[in-house]
Ligand binder design. Structure first.
Ligand code: F6P
Length: 535
């Protein structure tokens, strides 16, 4: 089947899908739950509450086949230049492969180097934890300040929040924002003698990170002997020369085939490996590697990242639903929506195909979310009753450390999915009002306000416990899902030209400010804003 034919069938089945309510499709297709659920690397995905009929589901799989998901997956794992605007391989799976693997980037073997950096990281992390690697005045490190932004920040933040002990022996704080308040908050209560600063930047040119690294350096320099500063200053980068020139005493490197938003498996997570312990970091890698194995070997119809991607493509392109909300029902996963915003929107928020021609369909939806149950009391009103349908994704942990065994936490997640799908008719709403003692007139008047149309899709992703392994698998699941969507949309998921223009203009505006005011070629609105801000 050609891609064009596959898209045509996709469109036809999508148009038909709305005719049968999701809840009625279970009766129409006895195998629905089994067909539309999958297990992978400790995760269970239920996609049976999506809007697709059996026919539409099959059409989505045909679209994946016609888009050559399998061929493009093989190219990624073979280290071909799948990031074709930058001529780079994309090999984050190599970073979490077992020691002794055999990955190649553009034909060059890389696994030995990956193993060597991992061994260096482990030795350093263990030395910091044991106190063998100490600060300039001989004191043990008690805190790490991780400085980085975007992909050099969001992944390690998710990992730390998800897996941190309540009372860690080594505290870990993150600074990303160029607003000095961020650094000021992070440094509050810390002692320079016992603080390690890890500066993470793939390029080592990012304005925010360099400004924050300078601020951290000044803070350390005010309290420490000058010749001891380097012991407190570690770089993680693909540009080791720049990190050394900046004053990092030690540098952990990674290569340009590691995309920023796919980099948490590299030395980018050094601070987590130190603060959580090496076993935890290794568990995270192992969980992701297990998901990699699943992704490369499971047939498309039972392939978790593929099915998750297809549900999204179906919602966005088939049913014109250009947003998705993600609600992790585990407080420890509260950073997941922020991480996914970068992973998905920076990867797939693209307007041209790989060959540069404009896309003719939708690509990445808006991704947003809050942890459950907080989101329920904020924007879920709109998800239940707003005129536009926003698909929801519930990430559910069966047993969190603190939750009661009967789990009010995941009970709420199930209730949300059920309410979205089943809804409440106007008749039922009226009967409820009457049962509550309202008059006939009042019950009738309120019934439309209390009606839920239902038939709104959701996906559930379950894990028994949030462990390093299941977290690694979950993040890898989302990475591969993002890749599969890019394949179906025929876009390059691995560049991010869209962030460049703003960076260039910010420099020009800063120059204008230094020069005393707006330059003549600035548009009237921006010039007036600048003038106001300068007053
Ligand atoms: O501005 C976006 C971006 O380029 C991201 O892609 C990247 O993760 C982030 O900036 C940080 O870049 P670096 O690691 O080079 O400092």
């Amino acid at each position: 089947m050609t891609r064009d034919d596959a898209w045509k069938t996709f469109d036809r089945t999508a148009a038909d899908a709305g005719r049968t309510r999701i809840v009625d499709q279970f009766a129409a297709d006895a195998g629905r739950l089994e067909r539309m659920s999958v297990e992978a690397a400790g995760l269970y995905l239920d996609l049976s509450k999506q809007s697709w009929t059996r026919e539409a589901f099959e059409a989505c799989l045909d679209l994946a086949r016609a888009s050559d998901v399998e061929g493009r997956r093989a190219a990624l794992f073979a280290g071909e230049a799948v990031n074709l605007t930058e001529g780079r391989a994309v090999l984050h799976p190599a970073l979490r492969a077992p020691v002794g693997a055999d990955y190649q980037a553009l034909g060059e073997p890389v696994s030995a180097e990956v193993d060597a950096v991992r061994a260096e990281m482990q030795a350093y992390a263990e030395a910091v934890r044991s106190g063998a690697e100490a600060g300039a005045t001989g004191k043990r490190f008690k805190a790490i300040v991780h400085v980085g932004i975007g992909g050099s920040d969001l992944g390690p933040r998710v990992v730390w929040d998800a897996l941190r002990p309540l009372d860690p022996a080594i505290d870990l704080r993150f600074v990303a924002n160029i607003d000095p308040r961020d650094m000021a908050e992070a440094l509050t209560g810390l002692d320079p003698e016992t603080t390690l600063v890890v500066v993470v930047s793939k390029t080592f040119t990012t304005q925010e990170t360099l400004a924050n690294a300078e601020a951290a350096k000044a803070w350390l320099a005010a309290a420490l002997p000058e010749d001891g500063l380097t012991k407190h200053f570690i770089g993680v980068t693909a540009a080791p020369g720049k990190a050394a020139a900046f004053g990092c005493g030690r540098t952990f490197a990674f290569r340009d085939w590691v995309g920023g938003r796919y980099s948490l498996w590299s030395a980018v997570s050094l601070s987590c490996a130190i603060a959580l312990g090496w076993d935890v970091f290794e568990g995270l890698l192992n969980g992701a590697a297990a998901l990699d194995d699943h992704f490369v070997s499971a047939p498309l119809e039972k392939n978790a990242p593929v099915l998750l991607a297809l549900a999204q493509v179906f919602n966005v392109d088939g049913l014109n639903r250009p947003a998705r909300t993600v609600a992790p029902y585990a407080h420890a996963l509260r950073r997941l929506p922020s991480f996914l915003q970068q992973l998905e929107m920076e990867s797939n928020g693209k307007r041209v195909h790989r060959d540069g021609t404009p896309v003719t369909r939708q690509t990445c939806p808006v991704v947003f979310g809050e942890p459950g149950t907080n989101g329920q009391h904020a924007f879920f009103q709109q998800i239940h009753q707003g005129p536009q349908v926003v698909p929801a994704e519930f990430v559910i942990v069966a047993r969190t450390h603190e939750d009661a065994p009967e789990s009010p936490l995941w009970s709420n997640a199930l209730a949300q999915g059920q309410a979205l799908m089943v809804g409440k008719t106007t008749e039922a709403a009226k009967a409820e009002g009457l049962a509550q003692g309202l008059s006939e007139e009042e019950a009738t008047r309120l019934s439309s306000h209390r009606t839920f149309t239902g038939d709104r899709p959701s996906t559930a992703i379950l894990m028994e416990r949030l462990t390093p392994q299941t977290l690694g698998a979950l993040i890898a699941l989302y990475e591969h899902k993002t890749f599969v969507e890019g394949v179906i949309w025929d876009i390059n998921s691995f560049d991010q030209w869209g962030v460049e223009l703003g960076k260039v203009l910010a420099k020009a505006i800063l120059k204008d400010v230094h020069d005393g005011g707006p330059s003549a070629d600035l548009d009237p609105s921006t010039a007036a804003l600048m003038t106001r801000l300068m007053q």
